[in-house]
Design a protein around this ligand. Structure first.
Ligand SMILES: [Zn+2]
Length: 274
């Protein structure tokens, strides 16, 4: 499931689109694209005829900004992939491709999503994007300890559930929540409002570090995820707890526990995480 590092890696691997004109756009499944007015998306909604100005990201959401100010928001959901194909090259998998954009240099962008939890949203302006993103918490890569302390103080949920809540902080999912809680030595089942300010500070630093390292490693490839250039990530090789329930803790050797918390499989060390 793409989290912040995977979406950021996709954003960076789409950089060649900047300054290019989208000459055509085709949508194969109308229900994969939502327009502001609710009508069926036209090629112009998908930025056909527009020059790409910027690629932005907030949490796990990606936005393609056109010179005109129009915006296309992309959610990768569970299995979404954006691939930028060089002129003349073919997509390896053509099933479940829901949209294709042709660029003026002959390259093509494809959006493929077999499980269809992702999608496209068209917006008229940057202001509409700001409004859409105002519902998200601060981006987890750059959030401050105070952001987390404020969110934690007002929440009676377990800290793991708070980390997964995109309105509290944007970008963390199951993998990096478990990794950050382990790195900070905080037990995932602690009630958020009982996590002390100094622990929130440690946890914030851990979240930022874990995410930054994962971006450096181009994200975690567990199943479907690849960057827009087709390359898999390497961050999964560094996971200390995610997917390691029943194995030895890398710090102390204690067998890692795997429990269900916030409806998600959660792995932690009873000795290292208090
Ligand atoms: Zn341990």
């Amino acid at each position: 499931v793409p989290e912040l590092p995977e979406v950021e890696t996709v954003r960076r691997s789409l950089a060649a689109m900047i300054g290019r004109r989208i000459v055509a756009a085709r949508l194969f499944r109308a229900d994969m694209c939502t327009t502001a007015s609710g009508r069926r998306a036209r090629p112009a909604d998908l930025l056909a005829g527009e020059v790409v100005r910027e690629l932005m990201r907030r949490g796990k959401q990606l936005a393609i900004i056109a010179q005109s100010g129009r915006v296309l928001v992309v959610h990768l959901g569970m299995s979404g992939q954006l691939r930028l194909l060089k002129p003349g090259s073919k997509a390896q998998k053509t099933n479940h491709i829901h949209a294709v954009w042709s660029l003026d240099d002959g390259s093509r962008l494809t959006f493929r999503d077999p499980r269809r939890f992702g999608g496209l949203w068209t917006l008229e302006s940057r202001a509409a994007l700001e409004e859409r993103w105002s519902g998200l918490g601060p981006d987890a890569l750059t959030m401050s300890p105070r952001d987390l302390a404020v969110a934690a103080a007002g929440s009676r949920r377990v800290i793991k559930a708070l980390l997964l809540d995109q309105t509290a902080l944007a970008g963390v999912g199951n993998i990096y929540a478990d990794e950050a809680l382990f790195a900070a030595g905080v037990r995932p089942s602690r009630r958020a409002d009982r996590v002390k300010p100094e622990e929130c500070e440690r946890l914030t630093r851990a979240i930022r570090r874990v995410l930054a390292l994962a971006v450096e490693a181009r994200g975690s490839t567990l199943r479907d995820y690849v960057a827009a250039d087709g390359r898999a990530g390497q961050a999964q090789l560094r996971h200390a707890v995610y997917g390691r329930g029943g194995f030895a803790c890398v710090n102390c050797g204690t067998v890692l526990r795997s429990v269900s918390l916030a409806q998600r499989t959660t792995v932690f060390c009873i000795r290292c995480q208090r």
